[in-house]
Design a protein around this ligand. Structure first.
Ligand SMILES: NC(=O)c1ccc[n+]([C@@H]2O[C@H](COP(=O)([O-])OP(=O)(O)OC[C@H]3O[C@@H](n4cnc5c(N)ncnc54)[C@H](OP(=O)(O)O)[C@@H]3O)[C@@H](O)[C@H]2O)c1
Length: 258
């Protein structure tokens, strides 16, 4: 890189309209990147992009649909140029006992969490290889590093994301592209609020007690904040993390250790 020359990079953040993805998008924009946020519903991504229309852009796609992703990427690149940073954050977490995990639930978990990561990475990677520089950060989960009861499909998908991260990191190690994952524990977002409500409805327990039980899985006794996950992603996307690849970084107060 030329000394003194400022490169304005373009990041694509999937699932960027709310929760962890929104925190990552805002953090990368604050870091000086141009950021495209992608989600299936137009409203949340457009609302986020409206917060700083010079630095943020909104596109819509289902991450598991290659044709939709290709269209969204073309739109993103027309706005901010080639994508050098990809954050595969879109995800969903449904729970069920294993014997009640039907084919539909299994496929939904694999589609958004694992196939979506593969589809978006395949779409963006040729441009990174051409430039000889790129950052891919996959938002996996502690469920990508450890087992949890009643979320076998989600766990399988997130373990898949960690495996994909490790394999691709090696494949691209000499080509200027790093591939890493972050593995949050329970984080204070709608996803957790919806899980708390579901468990409370199924068991008749008080939602406050369910939330406190989630927080207890973290040795720090609290939920992780979206901003803490965004800080880890920001570091992995920076120039200084160039020697870091294949890492799955737990962001969970010590719940899971590598
Ligand atoms: N919150 C936690 O405790 C926690 C812990 C560990 C890991 N994670 C992971 O962190 C990531 C973000 O979670 P979050 O808590 O921020 O969730 P969230 O608040 O539910 O947000 C998920 C985002 O993903 C988008 N999305 C969902 N399915 C999509 C699809 N098929 N294609 C494109 N976008 C899609 C949603 O927007 P649309 O519905 O508009 O598409 C939404 O903006 C996920 O990968 C999750 O597994 C979360």
């Amino acid at each position: 890189m030329d000394a003194g020359k400022t490169i304005v990079r373009h990041a694509l953040v999937t699932g960027g309209g709310r929760g962890i993805g929104a925190a990552i998008a805002l953090r990368l924009a604050a870091d000086g990147l141009r950021v495209t946020v992608l989600g299936r519903n137009r409203g949340p991504v457009e609302a986020l992009a409206a917060r700083d229309s010079g630095r943020l852009h909104a596109v819509t796609a289902d991450v598991a649909d290659a044709a939709q992703v290709a269209r969204a990427l073309a739109d993103a690149q027309a706005r901010f140029g080639p994508v050098q940073v990809l954050v595969n954050n879109a995800g969903q977490a449904e729970s069920a006992p294993f014997l009640k995990t039907d084919a539909g639930l299994w496929q939904r978990m694999l589609a958004v969490n694992l196939t979506g990561t593969m589809v978006c990475t395949q779409a963006v990677l040729p441009g990174m290889l051409e430039a000889g520089w790129g950052r891919v950060v996959n938002v996996a989960s502690t469920a990508g590093l450890a087992g949890y009861a009643y979320v076998s499909a989600y766990c399988a998908a997130k373990h898949g994301v960690v495996g994909l991260t490790r394999a691709l990191a090696l494949e691209l190690a000499a080509r200027g592209v790093t591939v890493n994952a972050v593995c949050p524990g329970y984080t204070d977002t709608d996803l957790v609020r919806e899980s708390v409500a579901r468990v409370a409805a199924k068991t008749g327990r008080d939602p406050g007690d369910v939330r406190a039980e989630f927080a207890k899985t973290n040795p720090q006794g609290r939920l992780v904040t979206p901003g803490e996950v965004a800080d880890a992603v920001s570091w992995l996307c920076g120039e200084g993390a160039g020697a870091v690849t294949g890492l799955s970084l737990p962001v969970c107060g010590g719940e899971v250790m590598q």
